[in-house]
Design a protein around this ligand. Structure first.
Ligand SMILES: [Ca+2]
Ligand SMILES: [Ca+2]
Length: 487
């Protein structure tokens, strides 16, 4: 069925809102607003799938979404860390506004998420997977169906909350969560629905190792990429001599370089898990085809942030503002709006999804949002006033949290990123990283001349005017987003 939201002017929009407010649930069969499925993959890099340019990983289903819909070429997270990134996707807000600033046990029960807003307007809403804004797995407000891991969850036989009941599911986490997601999609209902499916993969199982060893795919995927050559970027294993923040000596840890790069084995383990996620995406698409809802569903695959495959010697740190970590995959299928094979080049952000989804559901956001609606871009327009710079931020996790992260060695790899909170601004060409707790360690890159961020030019006299411009742009973005409020 064709959707008519595009024709809604402001008056019609208001009328629709009033009508919705007045409509009893029994009238829901006239509701032709789109369904929404958001598949949030944990830690998946922007280039970890076939359509994204990966040379061998098998992801036919995500590639199908990209072929039949849009694949954003320049999509970024606003904070490259699990909990803050998730809260940003769900609320359309920066971490300093929604308050989930780090991975410590921040409960996130009060977030006014977009599914919660849609629930209030008659949507059937479901959350399945890894919530991880607060370690407890009990239901959060706004979800009619709730299936949640507890904290990080485990890769095999995970314990979950199904509603308020704690149960153990038998099997690989991707498969068992997919069962729940598929049964939600196949339920008979009159009202439109939203499924927020937050995959546990490609994150490791913390009990088995956070840097190496914890990336466990389903049995049928073990070893499928053995023998495939791992292609490395030019920045792989390069000691970060130009980056004073990364050159700090950390007692108990070797300096960053070739020996600290993510291993081939771990990259292959992760890619096996990506293929598991892709099969899950295929099962969701099949379920939507069976119920006849596929073309009425705004179907999104994205991730919270990326991962380091040895860039600058980095491995499991995430958090930092380099491209491997801040770029995200973002593919969206919705034929009523998006032409097949669309490849928008605009710089878009994880916080844009909430605005986009609420607009398509004919809802004004209840609270001010800091993202922009992607609707015009998805329709193929090139809005003149689209952002030309973006703010990326990170608040350092506390020391006891970082030191406590399990690791095979005596000292956690995560201690490297202690006091590495920052505010960063990225334009199409440049990136400036201002560490908030480290003096004289800022970084500035010309991404056109130096796409792999190998030459920090922050101290170069020739770059002084550029540095000043970028600092001015950072100040402007911070003011625009109400920095430093933290609820
Ligand atoms: Ca993550
Ligand atoms: Ca509902």
């Amino acid at each position: 069925m064709a959707r008519n939201f595009i024709r809604f002017g402001p008056q019609l929009f208001l009328a629709a809102l009033l009508a919705l407010a007045a409509a009893p649930p029994a009238m829901a069969q006239d509701d032709d607003r789109p369904n929404f499925v958001v598949v949030l993959v944990d830690d998946m890099r922007w280039d970890d799938f076939g359509a994204g340019g990966h040379p061998f990983v098998r992801t036919p289903n995500i590639d199908r979404v990209a072929a039949e819909g849009a694949m954003f070429l320049n999509a970024f997270t606003t904070t490259p860390l699990c909990s803050p990134a998730r809260a940003s996707i769900l609320t359309g807000l920066y971490a300093h506004t929604h308050g989930i600033i780090d991975n410590t046990n921040r409960r996130g029960h009060d977030l006014n998420t977009f599914p919660r807003q849609l629930d209030r307007t008659g949507y059937d809403t479901a959350f399945v997977g890894k919530w991880h804004m607060g370690s407890d797995g009990t239901p959060r407000p706004g979800f009619d169906t709730w299936v949640s891991l507890i904290g990080q969850g485990t890769n095999t036989n995970p314990e979950v909350y199904v509603g308020s009941e704690r149960v153990m599911l038998e099997g690989h986490v991707t498969d068992v969560l997919t069962e729940h997601a598929v049964s939600f999609l196949e339920a008979t209902r009159d009202e439109p629905f939203v499924l927020f499916f937050s995959q546990k993969a490609v994150h490791p199982d913390p009990a088995l190792g956070l840097v190496e060893g914890g990336f466990i795919a389903a049995d049928r995927h073990l070893g499928i990429y053995d023998g495939e050559p791992i292609v490395r970027l030019p920045s792989d294993g390069v000691p970060p001599l130009d980056k004073p923040a990364l050159m700090r000596e950390i007692p108990g840890l070797p300096p960053l370089g070739p020996d600290t790069s993510t291993t081939d084995a771990t990259i292959r383990d992760r890619l096996e898990m990506v293929t598991g996620v892709d099969e899950s995406v295929g099962r969701l698409l099949e379920a939507l085809e069976r119920t006849g809802e596929l073309n009425d569903t705004f179907f999104v695959v994205t991730s919270d942030h990326g991962y380091f495959y040895g860039e600058h010697g980095l491995n499991a740190q995430r958090r930092l503002a380099y491209e491997a970590s801040v770029r995200i995959p973002l593919v969206i299928r919705y034929p009523g709006l998006i032409g097949p094979g669309a490849r928008p080049e605009q710089m878009v952000l994880s916080i844009d999804l909430a605005s986009t989804i609420l607009e398509l559901a004919n809802q004004e956001p209840e609270d001010p949002v800091q993202g922009a609606s992607l609707v015009p871009v998805l329709m193929g327009a090139n809005p003149k006033d689209w952002r030309t710079s973006l703010l990326i931020q990170h608040h350092s996790d506390p020391e006891d949290y970082l030191r406590g992260a399990p690791n095979s060695g005596a000292v956690s790899e995560f201690v490297r990123v202690l006091r590495m909170g920052y505010q960063a601004v990225r334009t199409e060409r440049y990136k400036y990283i201002q560490y908030t707790d480290l003096e004289g360690m800022d970084e500035l890159y010309d991404l056109e001349a130096d796409p792999y961020e190998l030459y920090n030019i922050a101290d170069s006299p020739e770059a002084a005017p550029l540095l000043e411009d970028m600092q001015g742009e950072l100040a402007r973005l911070l003011e625009l987003t109400g920095w430093p409020q933290i609820p």
